[in-house]
Design a protein around this ligand. Structure first.
Ligand SMILES: Cc1ncc(COP(=O)(O)O)c(C=O)c1O
Length: 451
């Protein structure tokens, strides 16, 4: 099925990709006029829906004044404005923003900044970054090294730096076999074990998604998980990096998801929803403590990319933040998220192949199982998630499914993350198409159990 007429090196040359022609609100249309309900913003990107005139106008205005000026020579009004808007909304103390062009770059910047900070502090042995199993922080080598997405890492293992990993906060399949009544947040305590094993003198940072996205399907941590993590980080002089590339900017019903867990991290990585798909952009929000350390010693952060602080990207980002404010979309994400959760639970809560439904705001994950009682997953070879994605797409519904939910190999989930402007009626349509697609995908499975 490889198309010889193209010069594009596709993500997957064995897939047929329709040509997208236009977008409107929560819909995308291909060149044949087929309409798709975009229930995941591509990859949790299009937070405002498609073709919002206010964002496009702001971008045009920027292009009419200046399209590019290198950040080693100039600052620009757009990046100054966006940095101020983000600092105003970020948890206390995260008042400086390092702009980049995507999520992986934001993570790389945060990890290198953590290293730089400890060097400035006279602790040059501190370099290690601890991550979690079943996490994802990006595909560049550093971000891949810190992440716990096994199938994405597999062939690159020899190229990745050593990054210890701790247990995920995965209550549906607790790695410590605990139930809510017996839980002592062992998964948070696991961080202390990893720090002690690596030697606290060697550990620069711990990185975690406040709510795990792509790898495990909207895993919401225990309420006290991040408080305990913060305590452990403070005890051993380890910086806490919150990777909010998926969860940031209103997606989970607050500007930043980490705020819901009562802690202030040392850095926050953002991208995706920051310019809502209108242009690539990423950002690392940095605590004053770290910035001051560099400033007071008159040192610069030795890093940088050509396109950082790009005026067009920053203008789009600033327009997105203002649009979210004007239309009260953070509150709407929370409210419509409750509606989405209610409708999904009603439609799929008793489904024999739905094991768990979880998430916050308009960020909902559904984990599928072959057997609800034993929680046994479908056989990995059956690739239920892929089947589901293809059937849903055929049905005009775009969702974000993934396999390897449990351990990088077994398990299937889907992320549902529609734009904040979605209506109740559109949620109804989304859920109806989802149920139809799940049933059709299940019908194609031989529910043989893999345990
Ligand atoms: C939590 C998280 N961090 C980082 C990334 C990497 O972002 P990008 O694909 O923009 O490099 C992703 C992408 O899915 C992500 O979900």
């Amino acid at each position: 099925m490889i198309d010889d007429d193209t010069h594009v090196f596709y993500r997957n040359p064995f897939t047929h990709y329709p040509v997208v022609a236009r977008g409107e609100g929560p819909y995308l249309f291909d060149e044949d006029g087929k309409r798709y309900l975009d229930a995941c913003g591509g990859a949790i990107v299009s937070a405002l829906g498609h073709s919002v005139p206010e964002i496009i106008d702001a971008m045009k205005r920027q292009l009419e004044s200046v399209e590019f000026a290198h950040t080693s020579q100039f600052t620009n009004a757009a990046q100054e404005e966006l940095a101020a808007l983000l600092a105003e909304r970020a948890p206390g103390g995260l008042n400086h923003v390092y702009f980049v062009s995507g999520g992986s770059e934001a993570v790389e910047s945060a990890m290198k900044l953590a290293r730089g900070y400890w060097v400035q502090m006279g602790r040059p042995d501190k370099w290690m970054v601890i991550g979690r199993e079943q996490s994802y922080h990006g595909n560049t080598l550093g971000a891949l090294a810190a992440g716990g997405n096994r199938w994405r890492r597999a062939i690159y293992e020899p190229m990745l730096f050593k990054a210890p990993r701790v247990a995920p906060c995965y209550c549906y399949r607790c790695p410590f076999d605990k139930a809510p009544a017996t839980c002592r947040i062992e998964c948070a305590e696991d961080l202390e074990r990893a720090i002690l094993e690596a030697g606290p003198e060697n550990v620069a940072a711990f990185i975690a998604e406040p709510i795990v996205g792509a790898t495990a399907g909207a895993l919401v941590p225990h309420d006290n998980y991040f408080r305990r993590v913060r305590e452990i980080c403070d005890k051993y002089d380890v910086l806490l990096i919150a990777d909010e590339v998926m969860t940031g900017l209103g997606r989970c019903g607050s500007w930043f998801a980490i705020r819901q867990f009562g802690v202030v991290p040392d850095m926050i990585c953002m991208a995706k929803g920051l310019a809502a798909g209108y242009v690539p952009v990423g950002a690392t929000l940095v605590h004053d403590r770290i910035v001051d350390t560099f400033h007071n010693r008159r040192h610069i952060f030795q890093h940088g990319h050509t396109y950082m602080g790009h005026p067009l990207a920053a203008a789009a980002g600033a327009a997105v933040v203002k649009y979210i404010d004007q239309h009260k979309l953070v509150e709407r994400s929370r409210k419509m998220g409750e509606e989405l959760m209610t409708q999904i639970r009603k439609a799929l809560g008793d489904h024999p192949h739905v094991g768990d439904i979880r998430g916050r705001g308009l960020f909902v994950g559904i984990e599928f199982v072959a057997d609800r009682d034993t929680k046994a997953p479908f056989e990995p070879e059956a690739a239920f998630h892929r089947e589901l994605r293809e059937i849903a797409f055929e049905n005009g519904l775009i969702i974000y499914p993934m396999g390897g939910t449990i351990d990088g190999r077994r398990g299937d989930h889907v992320l549902i993350a529609p734009p904040f402007i979605i209506t109740k009626a559109q949620i109804g349509r989304l859920v109806a198409l989802l149920v139809k697609s799940v049933d059709a995908a299940v019908a194609k499975m031989h529910p043989k159990v893999d345990v």
